[in-house]
Design a protein around this ligand. Structure first.
Ligand code: ADP
Ligand code: MG
Length: 263
């Protein structure tokens, strides 16, 4: 257990089975994984392989069936109470009747931060996602990419060391996504966060990650864990280098191997 002590997320033999009317669904089966401080970990795999379930277990939104999981050395429940993470959903999930600053303020209000502290954090996080000046706008006045950045700002507002992101850019077009990927990498480097990031896109996973977790469904399990050999400095052009393509190839192979497991 010494290795898990230094891990931000440590899973050992983690299993989660949903009971449904059609019988049990094995969403996670014997998952072993360590996410270390400062890692950028992507989870990639076909839909239904348990990516969202894994993030939800970390966030204490689902309970494991068996095995072990710790978040910052604590149980997920303790970590939630200690506000150990921020969560970014697939859709921006901003309240349409609240301005951008009021959307970011909402969780801070609930947690009882005073107005000065709220304003300070709103200004800081909007600056981090390049949205300074948009405080008074409503979500519908922003583009899809800007809305998603606002929802990242909201997740950053507690200044938790761990950020859980579930396909945050999945609904955006490729040009906007490229831009946000670049910005997210910069933000990650500047803030020293640990990030768990779910994606369907091989290039996105390879471009962003220090570690890529390849998953496959029925039952949901990890088929490969790839430690990236790419330098931390990553201009978008890195995606055409042989080193990048080699990692992308290995991800694709992992996905294919997982697929052949099915009928
Ligand atoms: P992914 O995010 O990789 O697409 P999920 O974690 O959402 O996968 O789902 C994994 C499996 O668990 C799927 O087969 C899905 O249908 C099932 N599942 C997810 N949530 C529930 C739930 N609340 N009740 C029953 N089955 C669920
Ligand atoms: Mg999902």
């Amino acid at each position: 257990m010494t290795s898990s002590a230094s891990s931000v997320v440590a899973a050992r033999n983690l299993c989660l089975t949903y009971d449904t009317n059609d019988g049990p669904v094995h969403a996670l089966s014997n998952v072993d994984l360590d996410v270390r401080k400062g890692d950028f970990v992507s989870f990639i795999g076909p839909s239904g392989c348990g990516k969202t379930t894994f993030l939800r277990v970390i966030a204490d939104l689902e309970r494991k069936s068996s095995g072990d999981i710790t978040v910052n050395g604590m149980s997920p429940e303790e970590a939630r109470k200690a506000r150990a993470y921020g969560y970014v959903f697939q859709a921006a999930a901003l309240y349409p009747w609240r301005t951008i600053e009021k959307n970011i303020a909402l969780p801070l209000e609930i947690m009882g931060y005073d107005k000065n502290e709220q304003d300070k954090r709103i200004a800081q996080t909007l600056e981090l996602v390049n949205l300074s000046g948009f405080e008074k706008k409503f979500p519908w006045q922003l583009s899809g990419g800007m809305q998603q950045r606002a929802s990242i700002a909201r997740a950053l507002a507690f200044d938790a060391d761990l950020l859980l992101m579930d396909e945050p850019f999945g609904a955006l077009d490729e040009i906007v996504r490229d831009h946000l990927n670049e910005q997210l990498l910069k933000l990650w480097k500047r803030t020293n966060k640990t990030i768990c990031f779910v994606t369907h896109s091989i290039p996105e996973a390879v471009y962003l990650s220090t570690k890529i977790v390849v998953m496959s469904p029925r039952p949901g399990r990890v088929t490969d864990v790839i430690e990236s050999t790419l330098p931390t400095e990553r201009p978008l052009g890195i995606r055409e280098t042989p080193e990048f393509l080699e990692i992308a190839h290995r991800v694709r192979e992992g996905l294919r191997a997982g697929h052949s497991y099915e009928e």
